[in-house]
Design a protein around this ligand. Structure first.
Ligand code: SF4
Ligand code: SF4
Length: 119
């Protein structure tokens, strides 16, 4: 199973971040979340989502998806790359593996179906 993110649907509500932090810590501590919503500083209504996997960082932007190998040099000129630094220190997504009855929390909670699962 993989997580898919459509940044064009995202409304930057940060519910996925809260849900993931709850999965990690049984509380709302954003610093433990494997998923992170970001907003470009200079652009209105430009939202993206970062997902840390075990080995890859997924950057979902309105223009499309970037997949970068963790450990490779980030591009400091890219808004999302600059935003990615905090998430690189966190645990990678485990697909909410022990929550079979509910499904991945970020998928369940996203109000606009911007996050989905694919087998
Ligand atoms: S699937 Fe679970 S662990 Fe992975 S980002 Fe979503 S809430 Fe976090
Ligand atoms: S829950 Fe959905 S709409 Fe909200 S920030 Fe996450 S991806 Fe975007």
């Amino acid at each position: 199973m993989n997580i898919r993110i459509d940044a064009l649907k995202c409304i930057n509500c940060m519910a996925c971040e809260m849900a993931c932090s709850f999965h990690r810590d049984d509380g709302f501590a954003f610093l433990s979340s494997s998923i992170m919503a970001y907003r470009a500083r200079e652009k209105k209504d430009y939202f993206g989502v970062l997902l840390k996997e075990e080995e890859n960082l997924i950057t979902a932007r309105p223009e499309g998806i970037d997949i970068s190998r963790i450990g490779e040099e980030a591009d400091p000129d890219k808004e999302a790359d600059a935003s990615a630094k905090p998430i690189l220190l966190r645990e990678g997504c485990d697909l909410c593996e022990e929550m079979e009855d509910y499904g991945p929390l970020c998928v369940v909670i996203c109000p606009v179906d911007a996050i989905t699962c694919e087998e």
